[in-house]
Write a protein that binds this ligand. Structure first.
Ligand code: ADP
Ligand code: MG
Length: 352
């Protein structure tokens, strides 16, 4: 009761919008389930929202609104700032769900990774200043480390809330110019296991380029779509048994890989990698073994970056990209990995 009451009160004091309040700007994206625009408000309202983003969503809009409301209350800083969501019925039969966020910034991680300058183009954005280091893998590694830490931080808070994103990819990671950090967007494929919302995974929603090998994030033996109270009682156990959060960890591992190896940043590069990894039964060490003897300078450089500080980056990467969800690290454990800890580097070198 308390939670619903608080949500209701919070909602009451937030600005509400209608169709006519928005002036459409540039189209930012178009997927199978909706179109996204940058928008401004028709009348400069007293709430002074600044620029906003509007998604006109079809079938899954209701779930996406629900997820955004939940994230807003439970872990706001991890995702784009959600403003409002409603069913817009005046234009189309059956209506469309309209979702509104604050405009976080111009670039997604995908945009930034497309640049030849990456990761240097991100350096001052996230570190505030240029590091006192010559250009080279050590400096690049520091930037990549910071990006990885920020993504894992967002994932950890989503997962701790009971939400699995299921569509983690550079296109769904936005650089927030306000907080100077990366945040997660696009909860359109997310699942909340605590209350059974979107409980049955929609495999067709998943992006095959970043999807983990398991087809179903929950075992097919688990009962389908239990009613809310049952799900609340059961889900911590189900979570422990099935570790659905490890699906996002696999995708995040692929992003780490793409940041380390420029040749894997293109679609065709990533697709080829996925094919190679599958051929190696999803064993990254085997993949490396087959490739390294005849590796291009680009690949060699990526391995060198991951091998810095006693191979600590490679160790983290291989603990994320594994066939069995159970054998993958979780977001919280990944954040505690010595890769992110300069003093930890010393500890590891003593251990070796
Ligand atoms: P979909 O992938 O379903 O089309 P997204 O929610 O991923 O929808 O949004 C599409 C694109 O719109 C993103 O890749 C990003 O470029 C932009 N975008 C989405 N939300 C925001 C936001 N809050 N601030 C700035 N840009 C955004
Ligand atoms: Mg998206």
């Amino acid at each position: 009761f308390d939670m619903f009451f608080l949500a209701f009160v919070e909602r009451l004091f937030r600005p509400t919008f209608r169709k006519d309040d928005f002036v459409l700007g540039k189209k930012l994206g178009e997927g199978a389930f909706g179109v996204v625009y940058r928008v401004s408000l028709a009348k400069k309202s007293s709430s002074n929202e600044g620029d906003l983003v509007l998604k006109k969503a079809t079938e899954y809009g209701a779930v996406e609104i629900w997820m955004n409301e939940r994230v807003r209350r439970a872990c706001a800083s991890s995702c784009a700032d959600f403003v409002y969501g409603f069913l817009e019925t005046s234009s189309k039969k059956g209506g469309e769900y309209w979702l509104v966020w604050r405009f976080e910034g111009e670039s997604t991680l995908a945009d930034l990774m497309q640049s030849k300058e990456f990761p240097y183009n991100v350096e001052t954005m996230i570190l505030g200043e240029v590091q006192d280091l010559p250009k080279g893998i050590e400096r690049e590694n520091r930037i990549i480390q910071t990006i990885m830490r920020q993504i894992l931080f967002c994932l950890d808070s989503l997962h701790s809330t009971g939400i699995v994103h299921r569509d983690i990819k550079p296109q769904n990671i936005i650089f927030s110019e306000g907080s100077r950090t990366f945040k997660i967007i696009d909860l359109g494929a997310a699942a909340d296991l605590r209350v059974g919302i979107n409980y049955i995974p929609k495999e067709f929603l998943l992006d095959p380029r970043y999807a983990a090998p398991e087809q179903y994030i929950m075992s097919t033996q688990t009962p389908s779509a239990p009613s809310a109270p049952v799900a609340t009682a059961l889900s911590p156990v189900l979570w422990q048994m099935n570790l659905p959060d490890r699906f996002d960890i696999y995708s995040t591992g692929l992003i780490f890989l793409q940041m380390a190896f420029p040749s894997l940043r293109t679609d065709s590069g990533l697709i080829q990698f996925n094919r190679q990894l599958k051929r190696c039964d999803y064993d990254l060490v085997a993949w490396r073994r087959t490739l390294e003897p005849r590796a291009s300078p680009d690949l060699r450089r990526g391995f060198k970056l991951l091998d810095l500080d006693g191979g600590i980056g490679w160790e983290l990467l291989t603990s994320m990209v594994r066939y069995k969800p159970r054998r993958r690290t979780g977001a919280k454990a990944a954040l505690a990995h010595p890769y992110f800890d300069r003093e930890g580097l010393l500890v590891l070198s003593f251990m070796q």
